[in-house]
Write a protein that binds this ligand. Structure first.
Ligand code: IMP
Length: 178
């Protein structure tokens, strides 16, 4: 069923069971790839909160979980070059294997900014795990973008953590703008 958020119309796009199935596969892959180490999983708030909660329930290897908070949209429909950092990472990541968990990669600016900042702290490795990716919108695909749930077109999406003007994060499924 279609829904309206702040005057815009959205239609169902990715169902909750489809998301759950994909998240299980992504978690299983991380269990294999990081079996030899104890990764630090960094959730990039706000949009990734639902994805990271479901994803880490699928992780069976020892791991640490922490968060950082960045914002690049400021309520509009397209990401801006300006990134605001609200919460910094508090753990020492030197020599550690990092998995950055994002909701969606659009231009890639947010992640490139974050990666540059993290590299200074000398982690052993950085990989990005994003639920969604909009390849046609990438300025430059971050080399670290290794795990992707769904590649989508240049649609604006809400739900499962993603918002439009701070609304829609609570939806169980993903909707796209009509
Ligand atoms: P980027 O820096 O252009 O890659 O933008 C990434 C950030 O913009 C994401 O972490 C989201 O917060 C936001 N974003 C990008 N596309 C969408 C969308 O379709 N819906 C909601 N937020 C989005």
């Amino acid at each position: 069923m279609k829904l309206e958020i702040e005057g815009l119309e959205f239609e169902p796009f990715i169902a909750a069971d489809e998301i759950a199935k994909r998240v299980r596969v992504m978690g299983a892959q991380l269990n294999i790839d990081y079996a030899h180490t104890r990764p630090v999983i960094i959730g990039v708030l706000n949009g990734s909160f639902m994805f990271i909660a479901d994803l880490i329930k699928q992780i069976t290897i020892p791991c640490e979980v922490t968060f950082t908070k960045l914002a690049s949209y400021y309520g509009g429909l397209s990401s801006t070059q300006k990134i605001r950092e609200d919460i910094d990472i508090s753990v020492n990541i030197e020599g550690r294997d990092i998995i950055l968990v994002e909701d969606i990669v659009e231009t890639g600016n947010t992640l490139n900014y974050l990666i540059e900042k993290l590299q200074v702290r000398k982690p052993a490795s950085i990989a990005i795990c994003s639920l969604l990716s909009k390849p046609a919108a990438h300025d430059e695909r971050p080399a670290e973008l290794k795990y992707i749930g769904f590649e989508i077109g240049n649609d604006y999406v809400v739900g499962y953590g993603l918002d439009y003007q701070e609304l829609g994060r609570n939806l169980k499924e993903i909707y796209r703008k009509v």
